[in-house]
Write a protein that binds this ligand. Structure first.
Ligand code: PLP
Length: 380
């Protein structure tokens, strides 16, 4: 039995202790603004970690996606292909621009975008003479999609890729950082992500001119003139210099956090191996996810994920259902959906899966307690 009475949380922020030093620096320099040395330092750190020359930090991951779509000239009436198995923030920016999402199913080996469903959707779009302006590929729970196949299709049809790596900072595909394989990539530093600035996001690209343009758009598109000159729509999306200070200190511990998340996943995998109904989230041989959240599916007629979540809660354990697919949301009831050859994989994942506690501060004792509880609930 666990000694402490408090809930074991799903995932909570994990500060390094050095954040306040950088916050203090912002105060000392009196750069309490969306620019300053912390913003520059945080951008440099994200760029170098991800082997790109430039990164732009912004107020949220959602803002970064909005900028990415704006950079690709997504506008009213355009279509954008989106992973259905994701958080709604992947899609909302398309709606801000008046574009119409088309949802692409997951496949079973990565839970990410199905190249087979994508191919069907692209063939259809070509026939209807309305190819999408962008494909937003989500690396769900920090796990890489099948990028070789997806990039080959995107190239064949000439459609740019935006990687929503909001959950995937620190993950790789063929040793290339997730977020840097497509045309544009985004990260999130919201409170529940692998590192956090309380709220924030970043845009990366191998093309530095794209990042310069993003910074321009994120600063109200203010032209370089002696008076206020504006020629196009702009946004107020730059990240606060105070919050960027948190980000610099968090980047210093990112590799530790990734290693710990992977350890947590491995412990679940080993601890739950003898429960035949449980399958932990799979991973491609060529990819290394950051294991942001440890997730599993289970195969039993007796209990739904909601039942299991309630039973865990009664034992002081916080868990979460998997993302409810976007094509199942009332908001998108009219949007087209392309299923994988195995059927509607995303819905099946939602109906059979659960996220387990994955905080990097979790003790071994707490994790053993969770494993025992899950075993008790699902072994019967
Ligand atoms: C968190 C998240 C976002 C949005 O990031 P915010 O910083 O919260 O705006 C986008 N996509 C996915 C997949 C996410 O998990």
């Amino acid at each position: 039995m666990l000694k402490t009475k408090k809930m074991i949380p799903l995932a909570v922020p994990h500060m390094s202790g050095m954040e306040e030093k950088y916050i203090q620096k912002a105060f000392q320099e009196n750069w309490i603004a969306p620019l300053g040395s912390n913003v520059d330092g945080f951008e440099a750190s994200i760029a170098s970690y991800n082997h790109v020359s430039e990164a732009a930090v912004v107020s949220s991951g959602t803002a970064a996606i909005h900028l990415a779509l704006q950079l690709l000239n997504v506008s009213a009436g355009d279509t954008v292909f989106c992973s259905t198995f994701t958080f709604v923030a992947s899609i909302n920016p398309a709606l801000y621009l008046g574009a119409k999402p088309v949802f692409i199913d997951s496949e079973e080996e990565t839970w990410c975008m199905s190249p087979i469903a994508l191919k069907t959707a692209l063939e259809d779009a070509r026939q209807k003479k309305q190819l999408p302006k962008a494909i937003i590929v989500v690396h769900i729970y920090g796990q890489s999609a099948k990028m070789d196949e997806i990039i080959a299709l995107a190239d064949e049809y000439g459609v740019p890729i935006v990687e929503d790596a909001a959950e995937a900072l620190g993950g790789t595909y063929r040793n290339v950082p997730l977020g840097t394989l497509g045309d544009l990539g985004i990260f999130s530093f919201n409170g529940n992500k692998i590192i956090t600035t309380s709220g924030g996001g970043a845009l990366v690209s191998k093309q530095p001119e794209k990042i310069a343009e993003a910074r321009f758009l994120a600063s109200q598109s203010k032209e370089d003139a002696p008076y206020y000159l504006h020629q196009q729509v702009g946004y107020n999306y730059r990240l606060s210099n105070v919050l960027a200070g948190i980000g610099i200190a968090q980047m210093d511990v990112l590799n530790d956090r990734v290693a710990k998340k992977q350890e947590i996943f491995a412990a679940y995998e080993a601890g739950l191996a003898d429960v035949p109904s449980i399958i932990m989230m799979p991973e491609l041989d060529v990819a290394t996810g950051n294991r942001w959240l440890s997730t599993m599916t289970f195969d039993t007629d007796e209990k739904t994920p909601e039942d299991v979540m309630a039973l865990l809660k009664a034992k002081g354990i916080d868990s979460r259902l998997l993302w409810k697919p976007m094509h199942q949301q009332p908001l998108f009831q009219d949007a087209p959906f392309y299923a994988d050859e195995a059927g509607d994989v995303a819905t099946k994942l939602y109906e059979t899966g659960l996220c387990l506690p994955s905080s990097t501060q979790m003790t071994q004792e707490e994790q053993e307690y969770v494993i025992e509880a899950v075993k008790n609930i699902l072994s019967k």
